[in-house]
Design a protein around this ligand. Structure first.
Ligand SMILES: Cc1cc2nc3c(=O)[nH]c(=O)nc-3n(C[C@H](O)[C@H](O)[C@H](O)COP(=O)(O)O)c2cc1C
Length: 304
């Protein structure tokens, strides 16, 4: 993609460029290979995987909102075994940089997932979705509690040689404390942010528009919140941040890098345009080429 050296370093991992796709918005990556060469991206984050396959929530489970969408997919996925058997070999063959997103409701299950994935080749990093209820501790999300987030991170780091990224939930009362706890527990990067809970209502039927009632808000509506969180966290931790939230153009990516992100993920934008992440990457490359800079020159350079 052009002459600019777009490579970035996320912990021990070197990415060819800073643009990845976000978990849950790009399937297992293979679905998009008919549209463009997915290996040209910095990487993909897979649909969140659990130990066992899951059907997720009943429909309707997504709806459009002003400047975004709500989803209550309920973490539907094929399960880690089917992923390793059916999906990963195809990703490997295509040379795609694969970040595997995982979730569980106990530390033990996170550990099992990481142990299983550690046996595979072709995985660049694990991304822990800690926005899940911790069944061993009254159902409070791991990602809301610094101690719980640290326990999961440390347990996973202990059983894998893969770099571990932890995905920040914007719902945490003290996200900076969670971020630092994850860093101290061995996380190599933080992905920020996951969706924010919202509610959409149909004024004709007087009913919620999602069967689950509430869902996660994503898309452009999330961008200022995500930028603020990336900016705050980048002043609070020393590990790289992967910025996520409403990114749909190269300029959006530039904003996240200026705020302090080292790389970015494109999520909801891929629903409207399957080529969105490629466009973000091409536009970022053109932006850098025009100015004679690299993406690395932008990181944390917000003025004022
Ligand atoms: C339909 C849908 C499914 C998602 N599934 C996951 C998931 O399985 N694991 C996860 O960590 N994040 C998941 N997310 C959150 C996204 O990865 C991303 O953090 C969020 O959507 C914000 O980015 P965006 O505004 O670019 O979409 C999902 C988002 C959407 C819209």
């Amino acid at each position: 993609m052009g002459s600019v050296d777009l490579s970035v370093q996320v912990g021990s991992l070197t990415l060819a460029n800073p643009v990845l796709t976000a978990s849950g918005t790009f399937g297992y990556g293979i679905e998009f290979c008919d549209y463009f060469n997915v290996a040209d991206l910095g990487g993909i984050s897979t649909k969140g995987l659990s130990l066992e396959p899951r059907d997720g929530n009943p429909p309707p489970r997504i709806c459009e909102t002003s400047a975004g969408m709500l989803n209550a997919i309920g973490l539907a996925n094929v399960g880690v075994e089917a992923f390793c058997r059916d999906k990963l070999p195809q990703l490997r063959e295509r040379g795609i940089t694969v970040v595997v997103n995982v979730f569980a409701t106990s530390v033990e299950d996170f550990e099992k997932l990481a142990t299983r994935l550690d046996r595979e080749t072709g995985i660049a990093a694990l991304e822990l979705n800690v926005s899940c209820p911790n069944v061993d501790h009254g159902g409070i999300e791991f990602g809301r509690d610094p101690a719980a987030a640290a326990r999961v991170t440390a347990a996973v780091v202990a059983v894998t040689k893969l770099p571990v990224w932890v995905k920040m939930s914007p719902e945490a009362p003290d996200l900076r404390a969670v971020a630092r706890a994850c860093q101290n527990a061995g996380a190599q990067a933080l992905s920020a942010i996951n969706t924010v809970r919202g509610l959409a209502i149909d004024a004709d039927t007087w009913r919620p528009r999602l069967a689950n009632r509430t869902g996660g808000l994503s898309g452009p509506a999330l961008k200022p919140i995500a930028l603020r969180i990336v900016w705050e966290l980048s002043h609070y931790v020393d590990i790289p941040i992967v910025g996520i939230g409403g990114i749909a153009s190269g300029r959006d990516a530039v904003e996240f890098l200026l705020a302090g992100a080292t790389a970015v993920q494109v999520g909801t934008a891929s629903f409207a345009d399957p080529l969105a992440a490629k466009h973000v990457c091409d536009e970022l490359s053109a932006y850098c080429a025009e100015r004679g800079i690299t993406p690395r020159d932008l990181v944390g350079q917000l003025k004022g």
